[in-house]
Every structure is written in C-alpha cells, then in structure tokens.
Design a protein around this ligand. Structure first.
Ligand SMILES: NC(=O)C1=CN([C@@H]2O[C@H](COP(=O)(O)OP(=O)(O)OC[C@H]3O[C@@H](n4cnc5c(N)ncnc54)[C@H](OP(=O)(O)O)[C@@H]3O)[C@@H](O)[C@H]2O)[C@@H](O)CC1
Ligand SMILES: Nc1ncnc2c1ncn2[C@@H]1O[C@H](COP(=O)(O)OP(=O)(O)O)[C@@H](O)[C@H]1O
Ligand SMILES: [K+]
Length: 497
C-alpha cells in the first residue's frame, strides 16, 4: 500500500475535487461513513473534539451519524477564533438544526466542561488536526490535547493523531494518544517515524475511492512492503535442478563468533538456495562440518574461497566476522572477485564504514547492506538517535550515495534502492534476539540465489522473516532465529506465484 506525505495527499484531493469535479462534501461524507465503521456500536457517551479544518469537518459528520444512532454526543469546537472550513460549517449547520450539543472552547475555564464530558464518555473522537497541521501548537491546543490524554478511556483519531506532523512524525508540542487511528485513503508518512506507534495506536486505512490515475500521478514511491510481496516467488520449474537455484557463498564466522555463520548458511539452505558453500575461519571448519548437513565448507585461506566467489550467483558476507584487518581482507576479496549480487551484514558493514570506496564502481546496483541502527550510525558517521529520527531519509540518502540497496533493520525495517522505498509491516519485538539479523541475511541471499533481483529479494526477505516471526509469536513468547529457520520453506509456499 502507498504511503503519502500531507503535500501529496493535498494534491491528490485537490485534483479529484477541482480536476475531476468530485464534490468535496461528498468526499468528506465518504470519509465519515468509513470512520463510522470503527466506532464501537456499544459505546453510548461520545465526545467529539474538533478544530476548524476538514479534519474537524469529518468529526462533525461522524457526530451527525452518531446522533441519528441515538448516542449521547457532546461536541466541542476548538477553533481559537479561526473561521471554520466551508464543509465544516455545512456539517455544523446541520447539527444545529438537529439540536446537537455544541460548545466552543474559548478560554481556559471552558476546559472544565471538556474535562468533565471526556471523563464521563466511553470514547473521544479526535478531529482537532489532520494532515493540515504544520506549525508548533500553542498552549490553547496543547491544553486541549492534555485534557484528552488525561481524561479519556478510549480515543479514535481521524486520519492522524492530532499534534503529529504528517510529514515527519514530529510532535508539535503535544499529541493525542489514540487507541486507534483511521487513516483516510493512504498510510501517512508520519506513521513510520520513530515512536509514532506510541500515539497512533492501531492504524487502519479506509478507502475514499480516489481513482488510481490520480494517486499514481502524485506517487512519491514510498510503500508498505506488501505492495509487492504477494505471489512474487517464481514457481519451481519441473525440469529444474540444484544448479537452477544458484550457487551461494556465505563468508561468515570468525574465531570469536560461531553461531552467526551457521544461522546464515542454514537460512540460505532452507530458503531454497541450490548449492550453498560456507567460507569460515579455519577453527570453525570442523564444527560447521558437523552442524551443517547440506552446505559445503571451506576456510578463508583456502584458495578455493576465491574460486567459489567467482563462480557464485550471490555472496553474503559479514555475519560473525570481527571488525579487524582480516575481515577487511575478506570483504575486499568478496568485492574484487565478484560481479554477482552481494549481501553485506554486521561487521562487514562496520569494515566498509571506513572503506566506502570499495562499494563504488559496480556496473549494477546489486550490493545489499543490511545494517541495524547502530551499524547505520557508524556507517553514516552520525548518532543512533539521528538514525532513528530520520530512518527513511537516512536509508534513502545512503542508498543514493553508495549506489547500494539499503535494508535499515528494526521496527518497520526500511528497504530502499534510493528511488523506491518500502517499509516493512511484519515482525515484532518477540524477534529481538541474537542471530535474527544473520537469519535475515541468509533468507535474502537464498532468494537472490534463486533468481530474484536483489531489491525485490530484500523486500520479500524482510517481509517473510517478520511474517514467520509474527505467526510464531501468536503461540510463542519469544521467537529465535532457529525457530524461523525451521519454518522458512513451509511459509515460502504462500508466496509462490
Ligand atoms: N480535502 C478534502 O477534501 C478531504 C479532507 N479530509 C480531512 O481533512 C483533513 C485535512 O484538513 P485541512 O487541510 O483542512 O487541515 P486540518 O488538519 O483540519 O487543520 C486545519 C488547519 O490548521 C491550521 N494549522 C496548522 N498548524 C496549526 C497550528 N499549530 N495551530 C493552529 N492552526 C494550525 C492550518 O491552516 P493555516 O493556519 O496554515 O491556514 C490547517 O489548514 C485530513 O486530515 C482529513 O481528515 C477528508 O475529509 C477527506 C476529504
Ligand atoms: N521490534 C522489532 N520489530 C520488528 N522487527 C524486529 C524488532 N526487533 C528486531 N527485529 C528484527 O530482528 C532482526 C535483528 O537483526 P540484528 O539487530 O542485526 O540482530 P543480530 O545482529 O542480533 O542478528 C532484524 O531483522 C530486525 O528487523
Ligand atoms: K485527528
């Protein structure tokens, strides 16, 4: 599904109304009907808090329908002296004719009535601000938002929790803490910014029926990953053999770290890579030989290492490496001896932070970097906080600068080739355990091995990895990389075309 900025949303609505001749009040009513689906029919006492724009217009429309359903509805208009939008006035005039209870919040004392009504209510409908919020809020509004957050039992926000900047997720002084947000037509970009989830509650997207031709015209190329993951895996041809599904080399593991190499190699095997070779440190070879039944094993010093890289369809490098000079040598060997796609993870990324020049000069954009925020911060020379505050921008800029595909891991992993951006919606903190990243590297590598292009493989790999984690976490308190590996091939079947 598409993700939009407030600017694109405004242009889309404008074109629909002024270009295609759609009636703006009819469009608002479509929004109202879709929001109504999310009001619990059992709730009786409802407070509707409005600002003065079209977000408020939506809320007043909802109030109108609720009154018809015999609910006890108290409407508070918080315009701070501003003129209401045209469609907002239309709904308000109807409400006056229906003898609805409407109060204006003009001064601090008026807040007492709001507070009392909210504390007696089952639900608050939040229609203060939507995509139009662009500036820091003054105390008139922050006090109202504090009242909602202090006294409400349940909050349903319309389009965006009021107080959040729709573009960057910044909190403009104070923000409504919703239990649920009904987003109109598209996800808003702010939902995928750091900590947004603390305010949005559950997000549902409801269609306004806007024609595809219009939304495509203002496509900002940001999507949730399910936009492309459906039936994306090619069916396995009846006449295919192990060679068809690619030669994969995994350069992983060091004297210091052992598990990572096993997890990455086994994940690639279970994803369906044809022939997997694990190159690892000399000390690890006998251990890996006893653990890995399907993969072949060699060590980094073996002359076979360079040969196998040259023959590979994909190489993964980094899980369980150390960030020392011998790792730099391995990374160099992988890059200089291959033209095939490479997936760099963990310490390979740390090594590359100081040698970015190694990434330049590829004919194709076929190197994937899979940093977690700490590795991303080191790679970009900024703080982890900076990364978390601007995940989408930082991932995109790094993809452009390095000509690589970036998979910035964490909650809502960002996958970008510098042009398109996919934001993953699967996975949870149940998966926050050591080895998960190594498992992801194995999955993405295994998918590339079977012929998927590196960008699509990254989007699908991240999606499946989280999808399996979500599915297992319904019955398991925490999910390990081994749990995921055991289920990969079972779940991959669902993604077959
Ligand atoms: N268009 C359509 O057809 C449809 C739209 N829909 C709905 O409309 C919503 C967008 O509505 P909107 O554009 O009217 O803006 P909204 O969020 O209500 O804010 C109102 C105004 O606040 C102002 N403002 C900004 N910052 C401020 C601040 N700090 N303190 C005080 N004021 C501040 C700013 O005006 P400004 O002061 O910049 O002139 C802004 O215009 C959208 O989220 C969806 O719910 C749906 O009905 C479907 C059909
Ligand atoms: N809260 C979360 N929500 C979604 N996915 C998560 C969450 N925490 C971790 N993950 C996923 O688990 C994996 C952990 O990767 P990484 O941090 O590299 O771990 P490690 O190095 O221990 O293997 C990533 O794919 C990440 O996206
Ligand atoms: K709102």
């Amino acid at each position: 599904m598409k993700i939009v900025t407030p600017d694109a949303m405004r242009k889309i609505e404008d074109e629909y109304i002024n270009g295609y001749g759609m009636d703006s009040f009819a469009l608002m009513e479509t929004a109202v009907i879709s929001i109504m689906k999310h009001v619990n029919i059992k709730d009786r006492n409802i407070v509707v808090v409005c600002g003065f724009g079209n977000n408020a217009g939506d809320a007043l429309g909802v109030a109108r329908h609720l009154i018809v359903l015999h609910k006890i509805v108290k409407i508070f208009i918080c315009s701070n002296g501003r003129e209401l939008s045209r469609d907002c006035i239309k709904n308000m005039n109807i409400l006056y004719k229906m003898n609805a209870s409407i109060e204006f919040i003009r001064k601090t004392e008026d807040l007492n009535s709001l507070n009392k009504s909210i504390s007696e209510s089952d639900v608050v409908i939040d229609g203060l601000f939507g995509t139009g919020l662009s500036r820091q809020l003054d105390t008139y509004y922050t006090d109202i938002i504090k009242s909602i957050n202090t006294y409400s039992k349940y909050v349903l926000s319309i389009d965006i929790p009021s107080g959040m900047n729709g573009e960057n997720g910044y909190i403009m002084g104070e923000c409504v803490k919703a239990n649920k947000t009904v987003a109109l037509q598209f996800y808003k970009k702010c939902f995928f910014c750091d900590k947004a989830k603390n305010y949005t509650g559950d997000v549902v997207v409801e269609s306004l029926g806007i024609p595809k031709e219009i939304s495509e015209k203002y496509d900002e190329k940001v999507y949730t990953s399910d936009e492309i993951t459906d039936k994306i895996l090619p069916k396995r041809n009846k006449y295919s053999h192990k060679g068809t599904f690619g030669r994969t080399t995994i350069a992983a593991g060091s004297e210091k770290y052992t598990g990572a190499a096993y997890i990455a190699a086994q994940a690639a095997v279970k994803t369906g890579a044809g022939l997997v070779t694990l190159a690892t440190s000399k000390e690890q070879v006998p251990i890996m030989q006893s653990k890995l039944a399907e993969a072949m094993i060699c060590d980094y010093e073996d002359k076979y290492f360079v040969e196998i890289i040259k023959k590979s369809n994909v190489v993964a490098c980094g899980p369980g490496l150390d960030s020392n000079d011998s790792s730099l040598k391995i990374v160099e060997e992988v890059i200089t001896n291959s033209e095939c796609p490479i997936v760099f993870d963990a310490d390979a990324i740390n090594v590359l932070s100081a040698h970015k020049e190694l990434l330049f000069g590829r004919k194709e954009k076929n190197i994937v970097l899979t940093p977690h925020p700490g590795e991303m911060a080191r790679f970009c020379g900024c703080s982890i906080e900076d990364v978390n505050n601007k995940r989408i921008e930082i991932a995109k800029n790094t993809a452009i600068e390095t000509n690589c595909i970036i998979v910035l891991k964490g909650y809502n992993t960002v996958i970008t080739d510098g042009e398109k951006i996919f934001i993953n919606t699967t996975g949870s903190s149940a998966m926050a355990s050591g080895g998960m990243g190594d498992c992801l590297t194995g999955i993405v590598t295994g998918l590339i091995s079977q012929g998927l292009d590196p960008f699509k493989a990254s989007v699908l790999g991240v999606y499946i990895h989280g999808f399996i984690g979500d599915s297992l976490s319904k019955q398991m308190y925490s999910v390990t990389a081994t749990d995921i590996i055991n289920k990969i091939s079972l779940y991959l079947k669902e993604f077959e075309s």
